[in-house]
Design a protein around this ligand. Structure first.
Ligand code: INI
Length: 153
């Protein structure tokens, strides 16, 4: 059996982070986690581009522009949607997740969903650098692996 897998080497890769200002208490932690992951895996901080948008709903449009421009190997969308803060949380999560996945398929550029979807503040805290890790870090590791597995195909 021939097995193909992507490694976690970010050397020479360029990535864009798109981050929402909404719930910035959490999303800024996701940016830190994403940059830390990228650099720890051999990427250069100078090869990261950070783009800010108002909220999670705006992530797909900017992610689409960045992916279609072809200047980066992957786009990582970072946000935090917390239930209770809005009755629209489920709608935002579903709509944005589907849109990000479509952009990846339409452009061929990996677009990672690094959005914390939490039922409450405690869950959000757990996913932004405490008990459950850091969703920005996880999405970046997945981005590196996905870029490399596509290169290996
Ligand atoms: N945006 C978020 O990123 N997280 C949220 O929890 C959130 N809530 O709760 O409403 C949120 N709303 C704003 C939304 O993403 C858009 O910016 C806004 O609707 C304008 O399009």
């Amino acid at each position: 059996m021939k097995e193909i897998a992507g490694n976690l080497d970010a050397t020479g890769l360029k990535m864009a982070l798109v981050v929402s200002r909404f719930n910035s208490f959490f999303t800024e932690q996701l940016v830190k986690g994403a940059a830390d992951c990228f650099v720890r895996h051999g990427g250069k901080e100078a090869d990261l581009t950070l783009v800010r948008v108002p909220g999670a709903n705006e992530l797909p449009q900017v992610a689409q522009r960045l992916a279609a421009a072809g200047q980066v190997d992957a786009v990582i969308a970072l946000g935090a949607v917390i239930q209770g803060a809005t009755p629209h949380a489920d709608l935002i999560n579903g709509t944005v997740a589907r849109a990000l996945a479509k952009i990846a398929l339409d452009t061929g550029v990996p677009v990672l969903n690094g959005i914390v979807c939490a039922l409450n503040l405690e869950q959000a805290i757990e996913r932004a650098g405490t008990k459950q890790g850091n969703k920005g870090w996880d999405a970046t590791a997945a981005a590196i692996e996905t870029v490399n597995v596509l290169k290996a195909l």
